[in-house]
Write a protein that binds this ligand. Sequence first.
Ligand code: FES
Length: 357
Amino acid sequence: MAAPGFSALRVVSVDRDTPEAVLLSLDAGNDPAFRFAHGQYLTFRHEVDGVELRRSYSICSTAPGGVLRVGVKRVEGGAFSTWATSAVHVGDVLEAMPPMGSFTHELVPEAARSYVLVAGGSGITPIYSIAATVLTVEPESRVTLLQVDSTSSSIMLLDDVEALRNQHLDRFRIWRQLTREPAGLPVLGGRPDEDSVTECLRRGMLDTEPDHVFLCGPEPLVELVRKVYAMHGLEDERIHTELFTAAQSGRARTRAQGPVDESVTPIGSGTAKLAGRSTEFWLYDGDTILGAVQRVRPDVPYACEAGVCSTCRAHLGKGTVEMGTTYGLVPGEEDAGYVLTCQAVPTTSTVNVDFDG
Ligand code: FES
């Protein structure tokens, strides 16, 4: 049986994608909760030696009804990714939360838009889903992909991306920048930097005024491309970002699940609404909202605990908080009252949060 907040998904195929990566296809039955939007991700849990590991992986299929498929790349020292790339077989059952994430946008079938997609390494997984979905749902839109990786043998979803190009030759163009292999075009040699990205725009290899830019990869790449587009006057709302960081590959901290020692006095309290049910919780010194809610609601969603993935996002209805890292919030969400509960330390004695909002 799956843990609270998780569902059991059967593995229907395991395909080797690169020497370091596999593609796992999963069957969620007819559960409508597992319909997904392009760019969304699944959060998995797995226990090793009694310690819970959680990790989010982007769905790499055409939304909303494509096969539920994720790409997992083994990272150095990553306990979850090592297990997922070597010990998961067809017929196994994985525990996953329903699709989440705001690295997506509204599709308009009659639109004729220009998209620029930039993927670094395994950042191609949500970017592939975005490209495939846009090209399918918006038949007049054009997509340009800049795919950055180290070598040709490490490129994930190479066959899928090439098949997509063959299907949409007139609307889908691809540039590849391999940091450890010689490039045909000098502008695509070595690591991308401000000069090379600016030059790509100047030459028209990347549109200067796209309707939407989607960036996914390591922070330096994402920030670099975002900065260049911002310098060219592209509004924030058109630039969508998702970071892949080492913080996401880590081991979830072991947390006190039971009641705190009776001698410790709470400093506040709150109410958390989750899955339609409201539950009261106590706040102790140093608590994040996530930590406090987790004592009373083990089904509370979270994954990276680093302010990156947005799995723990909730609407703050009452009280105030201080937050550390807020990469997981998109522009405007903080002003609209959303918080990342793994980063939110209350600064008032009462806080009410709504995970359903
Ligand atoms: S758990 Fe990932 S942002 Fe909070």
